[in-house]
Design a protein around this ligand. Structure first.
Ligand code: NAG
Ligand code: NAG
Ligand code: NAG
Ligand code: NAG
Ligand code: NAG
Length: 632
């Protein structure tokens, strides 16, 4: 079902006049509706509550009495989304105006071609959707362009563009085909790109952890370098890398990223701001203790449910994550640098300094990752339950530490037998604390029936216990088989026959997320990782966010599914699943990944250019420019 909001995303051609009329009419209707919604405590049907006109008041979070906290979160998400969509650009003139406002610089040379490229591919162009590029790249304005060019080109794994042709360098073509996939993407846009080198990270794990104090200094320098010089003084083309390449052989500038191992947590917290809760918390050395969970509702939550998705992913603010996520317990490999160098990769923590690009797994058409073209059956034909299959990854799980790993915790928390055991014996489960029913005011556990309720509702299992050191029966595992049964893998397309699809981090981000978003099922997402697309996905509108302790999972399930036929919100689940899917088809397409990378590489090439401070696209500021088509 197409909602008015998502239908309104992209008016084009002759339809825009109609669209304007529609907008005026719908603004009236929604103002009235919104008024009714906020000022009467009548029953709220979210399906009818499209709320663009609430945007002005959305700063004060709207809370409606007698509503479930998740109702309020959904309503606020819709208002926020409408506000952001209202900032869409329909022509290069308004796009560059918004660019200058938001970035304090002229757009990079080639911006007009980029805009035309995006528009031709029906992209939803909102400046906010590209914020990630600027948070990743800004500190590089403090590093000399010649240093950056040298570092970028001398890395072992590089995708390069010269004279509009893309190539790549690797040490071994038989490695995971990531660089080939990234090269494939850059090849599509290379014709319009300046000469540029993009060094890429070939590991699962993100790599750069520069101390906060260094980045803070770089940010100061970078911010001071912002300028909007008069159009007549702006250099509108790139220098190119011909001279740089010619001098390459004789270049003797030393370059060593000094990748090293160590306790990831202890390295990561140095990248946290001084005074943040995690900065002085050292890594635990003994894993034998039961995992530690903060008491009460998660900090900054809305009655226990996620309301600040940025906060949930921020390890600096949540020291307990050091004992609850494989990344901080024992990653499979640690090869980290505290030097500030350019390195592009698919995901990172809030504390990492890697530059995000769309992950290679999203560029792979292999159904193992993408789920193929199947998006699953209609909502009503899906099984009313939760499905998860995966390997016990996250890092090196061992006899002494597995109780702390996120996937182990999740699989056990939705395991009926394990929950029944915890409910009836009052002995703590290995990986979690059973929340008191009063905590989320849940119906199911009131009489100790949470486990029974989960039975038949959830189906989560490992397909491989990945123990360390590996054992002969390498799917099972002597220390964890008493608690986990391994089952056969289930193709993603089969998983889409269930309504609820939790998505839990593995060694880094989970590569099936895009597939889940594009499916007609509802992703329930917990992660500490950031990705290129974060600014364009809205929690409670396109997916359901979950805390990394998973303490909210029962509350989420009961809200959507109800208990014994009562109190469910199946319509809202369906709506988020369907709108998430529609939205993914608009903003997470391969085209959108190319458009993002295109813009990122224009910016990166400018930062590596000796003329960078003077460079820009100022076509719209020149006399007689006719770039503006009137748009809504
Ligand atoms: C940049 O543009 C100027 C002026 O149009 C031109 O003289 C110069 O050759 C161009 N440089 C490159 C590298 O294309
Ligand atoms: C953290 O440690 C530093 C250095 O030991 C100290 O100066 C600082 O006060 C500590 N901060 C907090 C919040 O405890
Ligand atoms: C959300 O959390 C982030 C990171 O902790 C913080 O900077 C931001 O101010 C918070 N946003 C709101 C609206 O509270
Ligand atoms: C789950 O339900 C099935 C079917 O009713 C039953 O046979 C099984 O014992 C239950 N499992 C648990 C752990 O209670
Ligand atoms: C659920 O927990 C029980 C008891 O701990 C365990 O025997 C069983 O293998 C678990 N099931 C799965 C699918 O992991």
């Amino acid at each position: 079902m197409t909602s008015p909001l998502s239908a309104a995303v992209r008016p084009s051609g002759r339809s825009w006049l109609l669209f304007l009329k529609y907008l005026v009419a719908s603004a009236f209707v929604t103002t009235t509706l919104a008024y009714l919604l906020v000022y009467t405590s009548s029953f709220v049907q979210l399906r009818d509550a499209h709320l663009p006109s609430l945007s002005s008041s959305s700063k004060a979070q709207i809370e409606i009495e007698n509503k479930h906290p998740i109702d309020n979160l959904i309503i606020n998400a819709r208002a926020e989304f409408a506000k952001v969509l209202g900032r869409q650009s329909y022509d290069v003139t308004s796009a560059s105006r918004l660019y200058r406002q938001r970035r304090g610089r002229h757009p990079p040379p080639g911006f007009d071609k980029w805009f035309a490229y995006a528009q031709k591919r029906d992209a939803v162009i909102v400046e906010d959707f590209f914020d990630r590029i600027y948070s990743d790249l800004t500190p590089f304005w403090a590093i000399k362009p010649s240093t950056l060019r040298h570092q970028a080109k001398s890395y072992e794994f590089v995708v390069s563009v010269r004279k509009g042709l893309a190539t790549f360098t690797t040490d071994d073509k038989k490695r995971v085909p990531w660089i080939q996939l990234w090269h494939g993407l850059v090849k599509e846009i290379a014709k319009d790109l300046p000469d540029v080198d993009m060094p890429v990270n070939m590991m699962d794990e993100s790599r750069l952890l520069v101390p906060w104090e260094d980045i803070n200094e770089y940010m100061k320098i970078a911010t001071a370098s912002r300028n909007l010089r008069p159009a007549s003084e702006v250099i509108t083309n790139f220098t190119g890398l011909v001279a740089f390449d010619a001098a390459w052989e004789t270049s003797d500038e030393p370059y060593d990223p000094q990748f090293k191992g160590g306790h990831y947590w202890d390295l990561a917290r140095q990248a946290c701001p001084p005074g943040s809760p995690s900065r002085n918390e050292t890594s635990p050395s003994d894993w034998a203790e039961h995992p530690f969970f903060p008491a009460g509702y998660p900090e900054n939550s809305h009655h226990g449910f996620v309301q600040n998705w940025t906060y949930v992913k921020d390890p600096c603010e949540q020291p307990h994550l050091r004992g609850l996520h494989g990344t901080f317990i024992e990653p499979v490999s640690v090869s980290t640098s505290q030097k500030f160098i350019p390195l592009f990769g698919g995901s990172k923590l809030a504390t990492n300094n890697d530059i995000l690009i769309p992950p290679a797994t999203y560029l792979n058409s292999d159904p193992l990752y993408s789920g193929g073209n199947s998006q699953g059956p209609n909502w009503d034909d899906k099984k009313d339950g939760l499905m998860w299959r995966g390997v016990a990854s996250g890092g090196r799980n061992k006899a002494e530490n597995w109780q702390h790993f996120q996937r182990h915790r999740f699989v056990q928390m939705v395991n009926a037998t394990a929950v029944i055991k915890a409910e009836t014996t009052r002995i703590k489960a290995e990986t979690f604390d059973l929340p008191d029913w009063k905590h989320y005011n849940l119906m199911a556990p009131r009489n100790g029936y949470l486990g029974e309720w989960l039975n038949g509702t959830t189906d989560a299992a490992f397909v491989d216990l990945l123990c360390f050191p590996a054992e002969r029966d390498n799917r099972g595992c002597s220390y964890s088989t008493p608690y986990f049964e391994w089952k056969e893998a289930i193709p993603m397309a089969e998983q889409y026959k269930y309504k609820y699809l939790p998505d839990i981090d593995g060694n880094s981000f989970s590569g099936r997320y895009r597939g889940f978003l594009r499916s007609t099922s509802l992703p329930i997402k917990a992660t500490i990782y950031q990705e290129w697309h974060d600014d364009r996905l809205f929690p409670w509108l396109h997916f359901v966010p979950m805390d990394n302790t998973f303490v909210d999972i029962y509350g989420i399930l009961e809200y959507f599914m109800g208990y014994e036929g009562q109190g469910g919100h199946d319509e809202n689940a369906r709506r988020i699943a369907e709108e998430g899917q529609e939205w993914a088809e608009k903003v997470l397409r391969r085209e959108d990944m190319a458009i993002y990378t295109y813009r990122l590489l224009l910016e990166w090439a400018r930062i590596c250019d000796d003329n960078r401070e003077k460079m820009g696209w100022v076509g719209d500021l020149k006399k007689g420019f006719i770039g503006a088509k009137t748009g809504p």
